[in-house]
Design a protein around this ligand. Structure first.
Ligand SMILES: Cc1ncc(COP(=O)(O)O)c(C=O)c1O
Length: 354
C-alpha cells in the first residue's frame, strides 16, 4: 500500500492542517528539562496519598462533574461550585470551549505571539482565526477590541506565553464589553502573577477563566484543569464535554492539591525567587529578557543564532524551547527550574557565550 493513500478518508481540513507540536518530552536520560514550563519540584505529598486511596475504587466510573473537587476549589476561589467545570488538563477545557462557541466558518480571535494551540483548535472546527499583534508594551492593540458579527470567541492567555506579560483588568473588561462573544482568559500561569481575573466574572458574565494543575501544582503528568464561568455557561458547557472527561485518580489528586494551599504558596515563593535571579543573570549575559509574571522567561538577542545556542545547550543535556514567531521574534523560552538547574544552565551559557 502506498504511503499517504489513506488520507482521502479524512476530512480535507485534517489532512491540510499542521499538527500542534508539544515541546519535547524525553522519556529516558537525565536532562535538565526547562522546555515545557513544568514545575521542577515534586507535588504536595498529600496528592500521592489521595491517589493511592482513590485507586481502591477503580472498578467504578468517576463522578462525571467532579463534585468533591468543585467544593474544595470553591472554598479556595470564593466562587459557587456551579461555576466550575473540570477538564482533562486545561487544554481539554479549551477544546470544550472552542467546540461549544465556534462553528465552521466563524471566527476566533487570539493575540500574537501567544499559545499556538488556539489556532489548532480553530482549524479542527473549520473556523477562521484572527491573530492580532500585541502593542509594543504587550497590551491589547485597538483592533483587538473590534466587534465583528463573525467573531464567536476570544482567547487571551494572561500571563501570556511566550512573553510572560499581563494585560490589566480594565483592558479585559473593556474587551468583554466591546465584543459580542465570550472572552476566555487562560490563566495557566496565574499563580505566579500578582492578580487574577476570577472576580471579573461577576462584572461581566461573558468572561471565562481557565486554570491548570500542570504548572503551579506540579501535576503536569496527572492531566487536570478547570474553568470558572457563570453557572449558566457551565451548565451548557457540560453538554459538550466527554461524559467522564476527568478520571478518578486525577480528581482525587487535584482535590488534595487545591486543599494544600500552604504547599502552593511555598512553591510559588521559590519559583518567583529563582525567576527574579535568573532574569538578572541572563541580562548580565547579554540577553534581552522580558520581565515575566509566569514560571518561564523569554530571552532573545541579536548578536548570535539562538537556534545554535539551543542546540549547543541540548548537547550538554539542557533542554530549553527555541521558538520562532515570524512576525515578532525568535527566542529561547526557559522554564524556571530549581536553583541548581538554573545555576548549571547559566554556567554552560557563560561558557558558550565566552
Ligand atoms: C497558555 C497555556 N494554556 C494552557 C496550557 C495547557 O495546560 P494543560 O497542561 O493544563 O493542558 C498551556 C501549557 O503549556 C499554556 O501554555
Amino acid at each position: 500500500m502506498q504511503n499517504g493513500s489513506l488520507q482521502k478518508y479524512f476530512r480535507s481540513e485534517i489532512t491540510a492542517m499542521s499538527p500542534y507540536k508539544p515541546g519535547e518530552q524525553p522519556q529516558t536520560g537525565k536532562s535538565i528539562k526547562l522546555n515545557t514550563n513544568e514545575n521542577p519540584y515534586p507535588p504536595s505529598p498529600k496528592v500521592l496519598e489521595a491517589i493511592v486511596a482513590a485507586s481502591s475504587r477503580l472498578e467504578r466510573y468517576p463522578d462525571p462533574i467532579g463534585t468533591a473537587f468543585r467544593i474544595a476549589a470553591s472554598n479556595v476561589l470564593g466562587v459557587d461550585p456551579d461555576m466550575i467545570l473540570c477538564g482533562n488538563g486545561s487544554d481539554d477545557c479549551l477544546t470544550v470551549l472552542t467546540r461549544a462557541f465556534v462553528g465552521a466558518g466563524k471566527k476566533l480571535r487570539l493575540p500574537y505571539p501567544s499559545y499556538i494551540l488556539y489556532r489548532t483548535l480553530a482549524e479542527l472546527q473549520e473556523a477562521k482565526f484572527e491573530e492580532v499583534e500585541f502593542d509594543s508594551n504587550f497590551g491589547l492593540a485597538e483592533s483587538f477590541y473590534a466587534s465583528d458579527s463573525e467573531l464567536k470567541l476570544v482567547y487571551l492567555p494572561n500571563p501570556n506565553s511566550p512573553s510572560g506579560t499581563m494585560v490589566d483588568h480594565a483592558s479585559i473588561l473593556k474587551l468583554a464589553d466591546s465584543v459580542d462573544c465570550p472572552v476566555v482568559v487562560d490563566e495557566a500561569y496565574v499563580d505566579f502573577a500578582p492578580e487574577n481575573c476570577i472576580g471579573l466574572i461577576q462584572q461581566n458574565p461573558k468572561i471565562i477563566v481557565t486554570r491548570t494543575f500542570s504548572k503551579s501544582y506540579a501535576l503536569a503528568g496527572l492531566r487536570f484543569g478547570y474553568l470558572v464561568a457563570h453557572p449558566e455557561m457551565v451548565a451548557t458547557l457540560r453538554k459538550v464535554k466527554d461524559s467522564y472527561n476527568t478520571d478518578m485518580l486525577s480528581l482525587a489528586g487535584a482535590t488534595a492539591a487545591i486543599s494544600d494551599q500552604a504547599w502552593l504558596q511555598e512553591n510559588v515563593r521559590k519559583i518567583i525567587a529563582t525567576r527574579t535571579r535568573m532574569t538578572v543573570e541572563l541580562r548580565n549575559l547579554g540577553f534581552d529578557v522580558i520581565e515575566s509574571q509566569a514560571n518561564f522567561v523569554w530571552c532573545s538577542r541579536k548578536d548570535r543564532s539562538l537556534q545554535e545556542l539551543y542546540e549547543q545547550l541540548k548537547k550538554f543535556g539542557i533542554l530549553v524551547r527555541y521558538m520562532v514567531y515570524p512576525r515578532w521574534s525568535d527566542g529561547l523560552r526557559i522554564s524556571v527550574g530549581t536553583d541548581e538547574q538554573i545555576d548549571a544552565t547559566l554556567l554552560i551559557l557563560k561558557r558558550l557565550l565566552a
